[in-house]
Write a protein that binds this ligand. Structure first.
Ligand SMILES: [Fe+2]
Length: 238
């Protein structure tokens, strides 16, 4: 049976954001990813356009990735890392020349974190025309975070009507009542990609396997296969 092998959202690079604090921790997180059946981890460190520049960010990200690569002990069979970013939405993002550099490496997809405010019509319109204007498809990061916070229960449907993909965090499936909401989002086709959004090995660990098991048990393996198709769409840049 087909299963998910890509973690689309992680803070697995060492010492670059509020995620992994050391090479050792990153290696342990990669081992946990492997135990979850993950073969490819998209590294998506936070990017905040108001305090950072794309050039500085890319330099720090490449350094962190190289340090991690060198620090992996010989003989460990760990997932492959693809570089990306979790870009906090900012005014003017649709005209930003750095989009290709912060997109998921080798693809025309970029992970965008929405601001922690109810989604305005202006932002929605910019997201709706983002792909047409830039050639890059936004992946909306951790949709689960915005629904209850603003009681915007219609947000998943709204996003399904525009040209974006939606990512949800695996831990949203793990506790009632969020698990019911999470399964509903999948059932309705409002979510296409899963991510662990892992920050460490303890309270925010790589945990995609548990979510996959719940989806399969409650909704059946055909639904998991639909998610695998979306995973492949992005990773193969289709
Ligand atoms: Fe994140």
């Amino acid at each position: 049976m087909k299963t998910l092998t890509v973690d689309f959202h992680s803070h697995i690079l060492p010492n670059i954001d509020d995620g992994s604090k050391s090479v050792e921790e990153s290696v342990k997180m990669l081992q946990l990813e492997a135990q979850n059946g993950i073969k490819t981890v998209i590294a998506t460190p936070h990017f905040y356009g108001d305090i950072d520049t794309d050039i500085d960010f890319i330099n720090r990200r490449n350094d962190a990735a190289n340090i991690l690569k060198k620090g992996i002990p010989n003989g460990l069979n760990l997932p492959n890392i693809i570089l990306g970013a979790e870009v906090l939405y900012f005014d003017g993002i649709e005209n930003w020349e750095a989009i290709p550099n912060l997109a998921i490496e080798g693809t025309n997809y970029i992970l965008i974190e929405l601001p922690m405010t109810p989604l305005s019509n202006r932002t929605l319109n910019i997201l709706a025309s983002f792909k047409e204007n830039t050639g890059y498809t936004p992946i909306i990061a951790h949709l689960d975070r915005y629904i209850s916070a603003f009681r915007t229960y219609n947000l998943p449907k709204t996003l399904s009507e525009i040209d974006v993909l939606v990512q949800i965090n695996a831990d949203f499936f793990l506790k009632f009542p969020n698990s019911v909401r999470a399964l509903n989002l999948i059932k309705k086709g409002y979510v296409q990609l899963l991510g662990s959004d892992c920050h460490n090995c303890d309270f925010r660990p790589p945990n995609i396997k548990k979510a996959i098991n719940i989806i399969e048990n409650k909704l059946g393996s055909a639904v998991v296969e639909d998610l695998v198709n979306f995973q492949n769409l992005v990773i193969n840049n289709l």
